[in-house]
Design a protein around this ligand. Structure first.
Ligand SMILES: Cc1ncc(COP(=O)(O)O)c(C=O)c1O
Length: 402
């Protein structure tokens, strides 16, 4: 990992681009909820222009002027596998990759294929809200395991997790690795414990690793598949360049399924859905991301780590009533506003609205991520440091004026 950000990359990260006119979901929703000055820290996309190599690849493909049906460009799967080998210390076989338009679409396909209506599927809350949504929408039984906080670090209660699996005859677990919103980068030991429990009870592990490339100093992301290869017949890993390289609108993601039988089952479901994969532009962008952007990403991680440290230090000094667990990766923080709510005399469930009205900052409501998360808010810090600073300054002023 580099120690100092390359000045050209720093200039890119610090560059503010007006996004209201770009059909940006984040800015449009914030504008509708508040006004043009509302600081949006609720959608997990970044405010950074794409890495130069990605922009070049996209512009070159756009220059063709003809956007007809395409085949996979040369080097596509090799780029995806090479990235895993360089950044995550394992080498998937290109034959076992399935391209998906989005990670959530792949998750949905996996749940539909591997479980039956009425089957129980477990998640560890608080967690990315669409996990619960898709389990419910597919008519599966949602089992909520609660993470717990110990010394500012969120943990899995493995005994309860296993007991819930037994009691409910759970068929699948959606693992968030690293974990949105609590910022944990699960250790090898934790992943092995998950693997052992799921192996004992025949539970499919669907590991969502979309945040696996935003990792801070001192931590290492491990793909579930690399830690528990023996679980290949019951494990699926989902990954994408979308979060890391800010290209979710390119609709390019992928699944790794290392077991032939499992791969064929999911492949058959794909074929039935008649879904087509990413566009050529998305695939070219993906190749550029995974072959030419290692240094850019190291710099991005340093910049985001600086944002994380800034927020934690700032709150420690100026907003001590807002404790924040130490994120190990992801550009997401999970501050606890319960004490602040008590201080300003509002209910924990009114915090989101209060922050919007009094500070003009839009965060994500905690209860969307877990039934026990009232008073928590999800804060996306993938923006310019000056924006993060302004948001915190506004919150401090709102508290002072309450
Ligand atoms: C854990 C997790 N999975 C999936 C997604 C969505 O990814 P996609 O747009 O590829 O469906 C997000 C977006 O925030 C996420 O945080």
């Amino acid at each position: 990992m580099r120690k100092e950000i390359d000045p050209c990359n720093l200039e890119l990260f610090e560059r503010r681009v007006a996004r209201h006119e770009q059909c940006s979901a984040k800015y449009t929703i914030a504008l509708r909820a508040g006004n043009r000055e509302t600081i949006p820290m609720f959608v997990a996309d970044t405010d950074f222009v794409a890495a130069p190599a990605i922009r070049e690849a996209v512009l070159e493909a756009a220059e063709y002027g003809i956007y007809g049906y395409s085949v996979l460009p040369d080097g596509y799967y090799e780029a995806i596998c090479g990235w895993q080998e360089r950044r995550h210390n394992w080498k998937p076989n290109p034959d076992f990759i399935l391209e998906t338009p989005t990670v959530i679409w792949g998750l949905s396909m996996a749940i539909q294929t591997l479980t039956e209506p009425g089957d129980a599927v477990i998640i560890t809350e608080p967690v990315y809200a669409p996990f619960a949504m898709l389990i419910n929408r597919h008519g599966r039984k949602l089992i909520r395991n609660q993470l717990f906080l110990e010394e500012r670090r969120w943990q899995i209660d493995f005994d309860t997790f296993e007991q819930q699996i037994i009691d409910n005859n759970v068929k699948a677990f959606i693992l968030c690795n690293p974990h949105n919103p609590v910022g944990r980068v699960w250790t090898i030991d934790e992943l092995r414990q998950i693997g052992a429990i799921c192996a004992r009870h025949g539970v499919y592990v669907i590991s969502d690793e979309i945040h696996g490339d935003i990792i801070y100093s001192g931590y290492q992301q491990h793909s579930f598949m690399s830690v528990c290869p023996e679980l290949a017949p019951q494990a699926i890993v989902l990954h994408a360049p979308s979060k890391t390289f800010n290209m979710p609108d390119m609709k390019q993601a992928h699944m790794f399924i290392l077991d032939t039988e499992l791969h064929d089952r999911i492949r058959a479901a794909y074929d039935m859905s008649f879904i087509s994969g990413a566009s050529l532009i998305g695939r070219r962008a993906c190749i550029a991301a995974f072959t030419q952007c290692d240094d850019w990403l190291d710099d991005l991680n340093l910049y985001l780590e600086g944002n994380r440290d800034f927020v934690i230090d700032y709150c420690h000094t100026h907003l001590p009533q807002v404790p924040i667990a130490h994120a190990e990766g992801t550009f997401i923080l999970w501050p606890d506003f319960n004490a602040l709510a008590a201080e300003v005399g509002i209910a924990p469930t009114d915090v989101n609205n209060w922050l919007l009205k009094e500070a003009n900052v839009l965060l994500s409501e905690g209860t969307d991520f877990g039934v026990e998360s009232a008073g928590y808010q999800r804060m996306i810090i993938a923006t310019q440091r000056s924006v993060v600073e302004e948001a915190l300054r506004r919150i401090t002023a709102a508290v002072a004026g309450a």
